[in-house]
Design a binder for this molecule. Sequence first.
Ligand code: CA
Length: 231
Amino acid sequence: MEMKKVLVLEDESSIRSFVVINLKRSGYEPIEAETGEQALEQLKQNPDIKVALLDVMLPDIDGFEVCRRIRASDSKIGIIMLTAKAQEMDKVTGLMTGADDYVTKPFSPAELTARIDALFRRTGAEDPQEDKGELRHGPFRLNTRNRTLEKNGERIKLTQIEYSIMKLFMDNPGRALSREDILNAVWGRDYFGELKIVDVNIRRLRIKIEDNSTIPTYITTVWGYGYKWGF
Ligand code: CA
């Protein structure tokens, strides 16, 4: 299987290792760089890098300059800026023409991989397995063609509603979804049922997919709001 290479430009080694570990866990092959110059060199040596994560504050040239130089020769690569401060975010907004997306530190692994996954989809760089209609996250593999779910390679039988909830979650990793959001997305806006139907289905889904449904770790509760897919 072809690896999906992601450039990780970050001078702080603790953040870089955190990103690298989580990318590996999600099936990506991280290529590390500590400085802007190193990043440009890595890109030259690895023309198959499809997505680049660029920190803004660097010891040599800043991340925006790196972004500009990459864009000068490559329009297809996906670029995500890693920003630390609100001020940096303003600059990023101004530079959105060069970068595709940005993530503000501190970020969760789920948030970061969701952004990278989205870029891989948009840049059409998915591996052939994902082209067949697959969503993957941790031990889960959702086949969107035949609407089936596997956990660690084992099929989990789902109802159509449960499947739709799983699809919604896996399309929105790390994002808190209100019970209304879930109801509207899965049952449709014309459905005038009670929100409780959402809770009941989530409870059932948890029994099927969680390691221990009384201590859910995949579908977590956002108190007074709804649910979140993330781990
Ligand atoms: Ca930095």
